[in-house]
Structure formats: structure tokens, C-alpha cells
Design a protein. Structure first.
Length: 152
């Protein structure tokens, strides 16, 4: 983990900097079913192993939004912020799912600071591109441009 920033200036100086990868995380069926239960999205492609084995991916796959939610798991492993009064998740600027995340595979992430903008007060809005990849896949399973506001 990198102690990235203690000030808005340090963030501005870090544009273009990359972090990672993280350690691998197993995406097991229990996690996918728990997400299905939490969101009431029980589509067969996520929860029915028998039917999914004959489907387009040959196995169940993680929900796209489950994959996106892993950004919150991976980001603290990639960078740490110190010296802030508070931090707000401002949302995502863009999210894509170029490939499916098959259940039973392992995922990890990398991040890059794309841009930093001054906002009111002593704060910056930081766009961080998080790329989640699956072991053995040529394409990422999620690319999310996250937006966070850091108040110093």
C-alpha cells in the first residue's frame, strides 16, 4: 500500500501515477449468491450452475455490479490518504464491463490517478481509474472511473 497524499498539492502532483496490482481475491459462488440475495437479482446466469454451464460463459458469472462493488475492497489496498478532514464518494464518471467475471476465478485490481480538480474550500475531486482483471483473461472485467472528494 502506498501512503499517497497528505495534501491537495500531493494529489495534483500524482496525476498519471499507477498503483498495483493488489493480491488476488477468489470470487466464489457463495459471494455471488450473497450478492444476488442482497440485490434480489437471481438471474440464472449468476446462480444456476447447471443452466449456466450450457450458457455463453460455461459457468456462472459475477454480477457486473458485484464486480464494481469490489472497487471499494481493492482501493484501500492500492492507496491510502492521510491528513484529510473527510472523504466523500462522489460517484463514478464511467463504468464498463469488457469481460465477464466467471465464478471460481480470481480477481485483482490496479488504479491510476486520471485527474484532479479543485473544488470549493480546501478540497479536490480526484478521478481514479480502477481496472479489475480476472486471472487468465486478456480483457479487464471492470474499468471504473471513480470520483472522490478529499477535504484537507
Amino acid at each position: 500500500m502506498t501512503a499517497l497524499s497528505r495534501s491537495a498539492h500531493e494529489y495534483q502532483a500524482a496525476v498519471g501515477r499507477s498503483f498495483g496490482p493488489t493480491e488476488w481475491l477468489l470470487i466464489d459462488q457463495a459471494r455471488v449468491v450473497a450478492f444476488a440475495d442482497a440485490t434480489d437479482d437471481h438471474h440464472w446466469i449468476h446462480v444456476d450452475a447447471a443452466r449456466s454451464s450450457k450458457g455463453p460463459f460455461g459457468a456462472t458469472i459475477a454480477h457486473g455490479f458485484l464486480t464494481l462493488s469490489l472497487v471499494n475492497y481493492f482501493l484501500p489496498q492500492l492507496m491510502r490518504v492521510e491528513g484529510t478532514k473527510h472523504v466523500l464518494n462522489y460517484g463514478c464518471d464511467r463504468v464498463r464491463f469488457p469481460a465477464a467475471l466467471r465464478t471460481g476465478s480470481r480477481a485483482r485490481a490496479r488504479a491510476e490517478i486520471v485527474s484532479v480538480e479543485d473544488v470549493a474550500g480546501d478540497a479536490v475531486q480526484v478521478k481514479i481509474r480502477v481496472t479489475v482483471e480476472a486471472e487468465g483473461s486478456d480483457k479487464p472485467v471492470c474499468v471504473a472511473d471513480t470520483l472522490s472528494r478529499f477535504y484537507f
